[in-house]
Ligand binder design. Structure first.
Ligand SMILES: [Cu+2]
Length: 381
């Protein structure tokens, strides 16, 4: 029977179809990840920013919320328990949800929201994606405080297609309102006007020294010289595209929205709300005790009001043991804080060039990868 099938006229096309399926969609045939369990308790939490203390909705008492880490091919079971007086749902932003649309999360679109005192188990597999994504609440404006990173590592034994980083650091942009964000959006919907703008942007939940009363609430990235860091950027701001730059440093973009990108260098990133991007930062050979500002502010062309403020974090070079022993003899002067120059708020030509570059290099990288898979599959025949 097998012989009859092989000699049948349908055999070449069936064989070719299976081969192409295996080559182009190996995730479907080789998905052998593990199951990872998480529990999200949605509760109220007191948080102080800009000298305003308020009760926010948060996950497991953390703001930003907990980090989910998984590998490509893993299965995730995330139990979400709603302890607050609002309906809620969680969106796994960017996950393809192949055949698991009910785990996607937008309330009233792919699921009913989770009611007070109830729980729901999100159940899905990560197929064919690796990089940085994020999760956030997906009802009304609860995403202003309910969000966190979703990190997808490559499968076991599969290296990154770029320099192995010394360390990996998520950097999440967000927004802070001194008022209750739910009251802000409710008022906007009632009046038909634009919502009141946020009081600050944040990096990993912290507004930084350019805002009132916030110097102690500054994100600091401590680095060692001559190392490569993988910065996992997430824009969890509600609606704003953001420019970002680190003074005197070049960034190498290697991935966007969990898709590898043919690497390219830039001094400034543009990151849209809901977008994620991975970037390599190579630290300088020797810069003991130097500090560099990293700042972000929006790209805006519309006429409506917007938050035009700037969030700043600090990149700080640690003392190496060598410089430490030196510094005990000679007093090393604290260098001045270096500040980056961001494009003007309405710099459309930068925004257009950057987005086009990102899109075309992501496409190029996918083409190269599928070409590599095809050629290696054919050469192993
Ligand atoms: Cu989303």
């Amino acid at each position: 029977m097998g012989v009859a099938f092989i000699s049948s006229p349908a055999f070449p096309s069936v064989f070719l179809f299976s081969l192409i399926t295996v080559c182009l969609i190996p995730e479907l045939t080789l998905a052998a990840g593990i199951t990872r369990h998480y529990k999200f308790d949605i509760k109220l939490q007191n948080v102080t920013r800009l000298c305003h203390t308020k009760s926010i909705i948060a996950v497991n008492g953390q703001f930003p919320g907990p980090r989910i880490v998984a590998r490509e091919g893993d299965h995730l079971l995330i139990k979400v328990v709603n302890h607050v007086q609002k309906n809620i749902s969680i969106h796994w932003h960017g996950i393809r949800q192949l055949q698991t649309g009910w785990a996607d999360g937008p309330a009233y679109v792919t699921q009913c929201p989770i009611q007070t005192g109830h729980s729901y188990v999100y159940n899905f597999t990560i197929v064919g994606q690796r990089g940085t994504l994020f999760w956030h609440a997906h009802i009304s404006w609860l995403r202003s405080t309910v969000y966190g990173p979703l990190i997808i590592l490559p499968k076991h034994g599969v290296p990154y297609p770029f320099t192995k980083p010394y360390n990996e650091v998520p950097i999440i942009f967000g927004e802070w309102w001194n008022a209750d964000p739910e009251a802000v959006i409710t008022q906007a919907l009632q009046t038909g006007g634009g919502p009141n703008v946020s009081d600050a942007y944040t990096i990993n939940g912290l507004p930084g020294p350019l805002y009132n009363c916030s110097a102690k609430d500054t994100f600091k990235l401590k680095v060692k010289p001559r190392k490569t860091y993988l910065l996992r950027f997430i824009n969890a701001a509600l609606n704003d595209e953001l420019f970002f730059s680190i003074a005197n440093h070049t960034l190498t973009v290697v991935e966007a929205d969990a898709v590898y990108v043919k690497p390219f260098e830039t001094n400034t990133l543009l990151i849209a709300p809901g977008q994620t991007t991975n970037v390599l930062l190579k630290t300088k050979p020797n810069f003991p005790n130097a500090t560099f500002f990293m700042t972000a502010r929006p790209y805006v062309t519309g006429l409506g009001t917007f938050d035009n403020s700037t969030v700043a974090g600090i990149l700080e070079y640690e003392f190496s043991s060598k410089t430490k022993s030196l510094s005990s003899n000679i007093s090393i002067k604290k260098l001045p804080l270096f500040k980056p120059v961001l494009p003007p708020l309405n710099d459309t030509s930068f925004a257009t060039n950057f987005s086009n570059k990102l899109r075309s290099l992501a496409r190029l990288s996918s083409l190269l990868m599928s070409h590599k898979k095809l050629t290696s599959a054919f050469s192993s025949q």
